[in-house]
Design a protein around this ligand. Structure first.
Ligand code: GRG
Length: 295
């Protein structure tokens, strides 16, 4: 039987091959933009969101190439968000995935344009017939990703996060912020397999319920890594939340309770998958991986 690490690596290599195919390259004045897009997407990352798409899709016997394209689309959005989040106007970070951030490696204007182009490329990938022969399925994917990534999802969450630097948030508000900023993309990634497979509503809802708990567990683990992780291992600067006095799960709950809450959420996420039985084993393993990870 395939181990979890092997399944994660296989999903990463399938999505990287797809990204390599869909990303532009060439000569001329735009070459620097193409290089920056490739730099921001092909240099590492755990590829958790594509893994969720591909494992969700497996539950409904979706063609692996269709799942890989949909996984690539969500990864393109994720990578664009990292490029823009690292800019001086936002988090002003110099290290990402263990390498210089895109604006440090290239320049600020190129990084902004690379982010913009990754965002639009995601929708071009989803809307192409190779992603699914049924246009209704493609439209459903485009609509769901647009909602998850936009003002009512990730971008709205980022705005909330910027505002939160001067607000003192309680636990419920932190949960709402994180559901938007990171949870929305996780929800899309989990739902996408059900959309590709035209799954029954009950199955789609089970995956969305799993995503909700998984997203919060992931974010608590991310806050714990910022509070006590090692920069070299994590591949980005740590200790930033405390330095900014930011309200996080760790600042509100404390380290021990945050760790317990992440475990509880991961176990609850797993229980949402009961209707799939053994077929959902990789998604079960992912929930445990997310709270135990060191990077
Ligand atoms: C700038 C539009 C815009 C949105 C930014 C998602 C986001 C919103 C910013 C990313 C910055 C950040 C540290 C968010 C916290 C959680 C998170 C998304 C961490 C990075 O995701 P991983 O751990 O990263 O999946 P890899 O590198 O493995 O892909």
């Amino acid at each position: 039987m395939e181990t979890f690490d092997a399944a994660l690596a296989a999903a990463a290599s399938a999505v990287e091959a797809t990204l390599d195919t869909v990303l532009p390259h060439g000569d001329g004045p735009e070459a620097r933009l193409f290089e920056a897009m490739r730099y921001a997407t092909l240099g590492g990352g755990k590829r958790l969101r594509p893994f969720l798409v591909m494992q969700g899709a497996k539950l409904f016997d979706v063609e692996p190439a269709q799942a890989a394209r949909t996984g690539a689309a969500v990864e393109l959005i994720h990578c664009y968000s990292l490029v823009h989040d690292d800019l001086p106007a936002m988090d002003d970070d110099e290290l990402r995935r263990g390498r210089p951030t895109c604006h440090v490696q290239f320049d600020e204007a190129t990084a902004i344009l690379a982010g913009d182009a990754l965002l639009t490329l995601a929708f071009a990938v989803l809307s192409a017939p190779e992603t699914h022969p049924d246009p209704a399925v493609r439209i459903a994917l485009v609509a769901a990703l647009a909602k998850a990534a936009g003002a009512l999802g990730m971008v709205g969450g980022q705005m909330f996060d910027l505002a939160a630097e001067t607000l003192s948030l309680g636990l419920d508000e932190i949960k709402r912020l994180q559901r938007l900023k990171t949870g929305a993309l996780f929800s899309f990634a989990c739902e996408a397999g059900a959309l590709l497979g035209r799954a029954p509503e009950k199955a789609r809802q089970a995956l969305l319920a799993y995503a909700e708990d998984l997203g919060l567990a992931f974010q608590i683990a991310d806050d714990l890594l910022d509070a006590e992780g090692d920069e070299a291992e994590v591949g980005k600067k740590v200790g930033k939340d405390a330095a900014l006095g930011k309200a996080t799960f760790v600042s509100v709950l404390g380290i021990e309770n945050a760790r317990k809450e992440a475990q509880i959420l991961a176990e609850r996420a797993i229980s949402r998958l009961d209707i799939f039985g053994r077929k959902a084993e990789s998604l079960t393993n992912l929930a445990r991986f997310v709270v135990e990870r060191r990077a």
